[in-house]
Design a protein around this ligand. Structure first.
Ligand code: BDR
Ligand code: CA
Length: 314
């Protein structure tokens, strides 16, 4: 029997983040979500924390703790994405002010304590946001890197170009120094870049499954994702926008939906032109040792069906 994998989600909710951690919480046979940690990214950390709590309360989840983390990237000014997700990060559907509050621990401290309290190699960090909290946790506890089982992250780009600048994907662009720190850490990393998420679009037909479910979770996420879709449709001219972050959950549940290879990834931290770009040595020409598995393709239909089926269990 497959072991139940222990995971922590580090996130900056926007709706695609919330779909990622809720569908993981709903996958109780395969995954045990130890905590949700929040960070500044799509919107400031007060709002990402509030959105995480709103999503959990909507789904009736009371047992998973939430810890708020960094309010700024390691060395740069915060760049946010209200132009995509609205002022709250959760525009498109009004959810009540959450009753629960975040725990009092700082998220990087909570990550260190939760991981170090478990046997070595038994906790996976699922990263859906700028990597500030993860870099701080690695800096605080030098043994953390070898104690983690793996990091599975949504971020970067391989051959797909950028989505916040011509060269960079949003999560890496917001905190490139943190991303560079994580890729240098020695932790086994699976990176899910835009190349995959751009193959997984929220078409009207796929979103209809949520609306037709008629449940509070289905209805709320239909409207939240529909709000995102309007921006993405205008930007890309596609029939729907990408569902980025839940690829991380899908990879944990069904890795066979994805394909990729072991490569070296470097993060650009100096150039103003390409700041935050992930430099993926796909053809192994640099002579540098591989530090990540980069996934480049996904079965988009299988992915979205899997994630919505899990989400609608709540
Ligand atoms: C990433 O940016 C955020 O807006 C999404 O939640 C995702 O994590 C995609 O570039
Ligand atoms: Ca995110």
């Amino acid at each position: 029997m497959q072991r139940r994998r222990k995971v922590i989600f580090d996130t900056d909710p926007s709706p695609d983040d919330a779909v990622a951690f809720l569908s993981a919480i709903a996958s109780r046979e395969e995954l045990e979500v130890l905590a949700i940690t929040t960070v500044a990214g799509n919107v400031p950390v007060e709002l990402t924390t509030c959105n995480a709590l709103k999503a959990l309360e909507l789904a009736g989840v009371t047992e998973v703790p939430v810890y708020a983390g960094a309010s700024e990237p390691l060395v740069r000014r915060l760049v946010t994405a209200e132009h995509v997700h609205g002022r709250t990060g959760f525009d498109g559907y009004d959810l009540p002010t959450p009753k629960r509050q975040a725990g009092t621990k700082f998220a990087p401290d909570a990550i260190v304590e939760l991981v170090m309290a478990q046997p070595a190699g038994s906790v996976t960090l699922c990263c859906l946001a700028p990597l500030t909290n993860v870099a701080l946790a690695l800096a605080r506890e030098p043994k953390l890197a070898e104690h983690l089982e793996e990091i599975v992250l949504m971020g970067g780009s391989c051959f797909e170009g950028g989505n916040i600048t011509a060269a960079a994907e949003f999560n890496f662009f917001v905190d490139p120094e943190a991303a560079a720190r994580v890729f240098r850490s020695g932790v086994p990393i699976t990176m899910i870049p835009l190349d995959c998420t751009h193959q997984a679009l929220l078409t009207e037909e796929r979103l209809r499954v949520l609306r037709e479910a008629g449940t509070p979770v289905g209805t709320a996420f239909y409207h939240l994702l529909e709000f995102n879709k309007r921006f993405d449709r205008g930007k890309y001219g596609w029939e729907g926008g990408p569902l980025h972050d839940a690829t991380v959950t899908a990879f944990l549940l069904q890795p066979e939906l994805f394909a990729g290879r072991r490569v070296h990834v470097g993060i650009e931290c100096a150039s103003t032109l390409t700041l935050g770009a992930s430099v993926v040595d796909w053809w192994s020409v640099s002579g540098q040792q591989a530090n990540a598995t980069v996934l480049r393709s996904v079965d988009g239909e299988g992915y979205i069906q899997l994630i919505f089926e899990r989400l609608l269990r709540l």
